[in-house]
Design a protein around this ligand. Structure first.
Ligand code: TRP
Length: 359
C-alpha cells in the first residue's frame, strides 16, 4: 500500500510559502494516481500545544485551512481531509509512544529547539509542546503512511518518527509502517522568505502573500518587495542572491511562464544574467512575477469561490472525513494493543491464560 499523510497547523490563513513548500506537492501527489489513500490532517490538537490559552484562534482557522487546501486543488473525493482532535485513537497511540522516547532526544530536535526560542518559552515549556514530535509520530503511523510530504523544517519530525517506529517494532514486533519524508526538490521553494526579505514569513511581520489575497493586493505586495538595495539605477549591476523577487521566481516560475509573459528571454537564467550585467530594472522583473502569481492564483481563487459558496457541504465533508480517519486510526490502535500485549478483551487469550494459571 502507498499511503500519504500530511497536515497543517491551523493558526491562521495559509500563504504562498505554504503553497510552494507543501500544498502544491501534496496535490500533485494526490493526482499522480500512485497512492491508495491520501490523508490530509488539520492539526488543531498540535496547534493547541502552544496555543492552549487561545482556542478560538485555532477554532477560527480550521475552516480557513480546509478552504486553503480545497482551493489549491485538494479533491475531497480522493483525499480524506479531516480534523485531528476528532480522531481519538491518536491520543492513545501518542500515550504509548511517549515511553519510547527520552527527554534528551526531544531536547535535540532542532525544529522544536528553534520554536522554543522563537516563542520565548525559556524554562516554561509546556510538556505537550515539547513532546509534539511524539504526537506527530502517532499521526503518521496511525494511517500507515508510507510517504509524508512536508516542508524542510519537518525533517527532524520525520527522523524522530522513524526512530519511534524502529523502536516500537524492535520492542513489540513488526507492527508499524516505516514512513519517509518527501520535501520540495526546489531549494527556493523549501524556504520562501517574506516579501521583506526576512527569512520567515509571518503574520506578525506583515510580510506574507496569502492565498486569499486579491489581484490588487498581490500586485502591491510584489511592488514593495525587497530586492537588491545596491541596485539603484537601472544600468547598475544587480544582485540575485538574497533578492526576494528572484527567490520567488526560482520557486514559482517555469519556462512556459517566460515564453508566455516575457518572450524576449528564453528562460529565467537569461533574465538573471541580464539583471546581473545591469540594464534590467526591478519594476520589469516585478511585473513578470505578478503575472506568474496571477496565473497561479487565478484557479485557486475560482476553486475557493466554489467552496465558499458551499460552506455547509465543507463542514459536513470535514465531519465525515474525520469519521473515516478515526476508523483507520482505530485499526492501527488495535494492532498496537495486540503487539503490546494489552489487548486483554479483544479475544479469549487473556481469559484462557488466566484460567490456566488458576486451575
Ligand atoms: N507539524 C506540522 C506543521 O507544523 C503539522 C503536522 C502535524 C504534520 N502532524 C503532522 C505534518 C503529521 C505531517 C505529518 O506544519
Amino acid at each position: 500500500m502507498n499511503i500519504i499523510l500530511t497536515g497543517d497547523r491551523p493558526t491562521g490563513r495559509l500563504h504562498i510559502g505554504h503553497y510552494v513548500g507543501a500544498l502544491k506537492r501534496r496535490v500533485e501527489l494526490q493526482n499522480s494516481g500512485d497512492f491508495d489513500e491520501v490523508y490530509i490532517m488539520i492539526a488543531d490538537a498540535q496547534a493547541l500545544t502552544d496555543n492552549a490559552d487561545d482556542p478560538i484562534r485555532i477554532r477560527s482557522s480550521v475552516l480557513e485551512v480546509a478552504l486553503d487546501n480545497l482551493s489549491v486543488g485538494l479533491d475531497p473525493d480522493r483525499s480524506v481531509l479531516f480534523v485531528q482532535s476528532g480522531v481519538y485513537p491518536l491520543t492513545e497511540l501518542c500515550f504509548y509512544y511517549l515511553n519510547l522516547v527520552t527527554i534528551a532526544r526531544l531536547q535535540r530536535n532542532p525544529t522544536v529547539k528553534s520554536e522554543i526560542r522563537q516563542r520565548g518559552f525559556a524554562s516554561s515549556i509546556p510538556v505537550g509542546f515539547f513532546a509534539y514530535p511524539i504526537s506527530q509520530a502517532a499521526d503518521i503511523t496511525a494511517f500507515d503512511a508510507t510517504v509524508v510530504p512536508v516542508g524542510e523544517d519537518q525533517l527532524p519530525m520525520l527522523e524522530q518518527c522513524r526512530e519511534i517506529v524502529h523502536k516500537f517494532n524492535e520492542t513489540y514486533g513488526e507492527t508499524l509502517v516505516m514512513p519517509r519524508a518527501v520535501v520540495p526538490e526546489n531549494e527556493a521553494a523549501s524556504r520562501l522568505p517574506g516579501t521583506d526579505g526576512k527569512a520567515k514569513m509571518s503574520k506578525s511581520l506583515n510580510n506574507c502573500i496569502y492565498l486569499t489575497d486579491d489581484s490588487e493586493t498581490v500586485r502591491q505586495k510584489v511592488m514593495s518587495m525587497y530586492t537588491d538595495p545596491g541596485h539603484i539605477r537601472v544600468e547598475d549591476p544587480g544582485r540575485i542572491e538574497g533578492n526576494t523577487v528572484f527567490t520567488y521566481l526560482d520557486a514559482l516560475s517555469t519556462d512556459d511562464h517566460v515564453a508566455e509573459y516575457w518572450p524576449e528571454y528564453a528562460n529565467l537564467e537569461e533574465i538573471k544574467a541580464h539583471y546581473q550585467r545591469g540594464g534590467l530594472g526591478d519594476v520589469k522583473v516585478k511585473r513578470f512575477l505578478i503575472k506568474v502569481l496571477e496565473e497561479i492564483f487565478s484557479p485557486i481563487r475560482q476553486r475557493r469561490a466554489y467552496w465558499e459558496a458551499r460552506i455547509p457541504e465543507v463542514v459536513d465533508r470535514l465531519e465525515k472525513a474525520t469519521t473515516v480517519a478515526t476508523a483507520k486510526a482505530q485499526a492501527t490502535v488495535e494492532r498496537v494493543r495486540s503487539a503490546m500485549r494489552i489487548d486483554y478483551f479483544a479475544n479469549d487469550t487473556f481469559l484462557r491464560e488466566a484460567i490456566e494459571r488458576y486451575t
